[in-house]
Design a protein around this ligand. Structure first.
Ligand code: HMG
Ligand code: MG
Length: 298
């Protein structure tokens, strides 16, 4: 009894592109968002309102948000680590903001320059301001199975973070395997720890494919009932604060697997592959999706 339907959030424009060394023009990012929504994605993580000194690639956040021709049925989300980011984001009218914390202390320090508890103190007013403005709030939980600095992360620490996020009113959370070290049972344990605080409908899986485990981890998450996932068109990505971490699982590969299993996604694989080719061409490389390569080489 796997879920019959899956919702995919494409994080390519944000998680995928944030680590690119060469500046990607805002117009290319906007075109990518347009192609993703044309392919049937109805949740897209567009950009982040973080310090441009930390993540220069996302400095054009407001320009990208302003350039999108919005579809009424699409949810556009942006990352906001603090009130300064939220206030800038608010002007661009996102449907959802994402605060991002970590199950690992060391990663919290490297990524957002504060401890886990301090991060919750920073998020609390952001969550309140967003909820007051009628904007949905998601919480990304990084390093839920492993951390580049601390190694393996126990499920209890994921549960602890999920509980803190719940206590400040974050509506739903992502269980992220930031560096892609997870394997099915470990991912299930991280999800189960999260489910002590959040309902199944409010938990999503966010798997990076560094060790080639992201699809099996997706299946493992489906087996415990999770039906929301983040993925990245053309497998774009990597994290600036997680050395060696590769991209998110490719949306094309997830869609192919789900279609083959008879699970509905609402996504047109051909159009999605085209979107992946578009952005890969813009970056001067091949799509990092085996499904895309197989289809294109047929
Ligand atoms: P900080 O230095 O501690 O912040 O950084 P601060 O409040 O002390 O401010 C220092 C300077 O930053 C000031 O500028 C602020 O104005 C500016 P200055 O006076 O020096 O010129 N500043 C900002 N500028 C623009 N927007 C803002 C903002 N805040 C402060 N929002 C901060 C703290 C969080 C800002 C910083 O650490 C940061 O920007 N980090 C970036 C983290 C990031 O984007 N990481 C990648 C995304 S997370 C991820 O990819 C994981 C995920 O995919 C899930 C997974 O896979 O695990 C979500
Ligand atoms: Mg990520």
């Amino acid at each position: 009894n796997l879920p019959r339907r899956v919702k995919l959030i494409d994080v390519g424009p944000r998680d995928g592109l944030q680590n690119e060394k060469q500046p990607v023009p805002a117009a290319v990012k906007v075109e990518l968002v347009h192609r993703l929504q044309d392919a049937g994605l109805n949740e897209i993580e567009v950009t982040s309102f973080v310090s441009p000194k930390w993540v220069p690639q996302m400095a054009d956040n407001a320009e990208v948000m302003a350039g999108i021709h919005r579809q009424p049925d699409v949810r556009y989300s942006v990352l906001t680590p603090n009130l300064q980011g939220f206030e800038a984001a608010l002007k661009t009218k996102p449907d959802e903001i994402v605060v991002f914390g970590a199950a690992s202390e060391a990663f919290s320090q490297k990524n957002i320059n504060c401890s886990i508890e301090e991060s919750i103190e920073r998020f609390a007013p952001v969550v309140k301001a967003a909820r007051d403005a009628g904007i949905a709030v998601r919480g990304a939980m990084s390093c839920t199975v492993g951390c580049p600095y601390e190694g393996e992360i126990a499920p209890e620490r994921v549960g602890y973070l999920a509980g803190l996020m719940k206590s400040i009113g974050i509506q739903r959370v992502d269980v992220a395997d930031t560096i892609g070290v997870g394997t099915p049972r470990k991912v299930q344990a991280a999800i189960e720890a999260t489910l002590r605080h959040y309902a199944l409908n409010d938990v999503s899986g966010h798997f990076h494919d560094t060790y080639g485990q992201a699809l099996v981890n997706t299946l493992a998450a489906l087996q415990v009932g999770v039906w929301n996932f983040q993925s990245s068109v053309a497998g774009l990505g990597g994290c600036p604060y997680a050395k060696g971490a590769t991209g998110n699982v490719a949306t094309e590969d997830v869609v192919y697997m789900l279609q083959g299993m008879g699970i509905e996604t609402g996504i047109h694989l051909d159009k999605l592959i085209d979107a992946g080719v578009f952005i890969s061409n813009a970056l001067g490389r091949q799509p990092n999706s085996l499904v895309s390569r197989a289809v294109l080489n047929k």
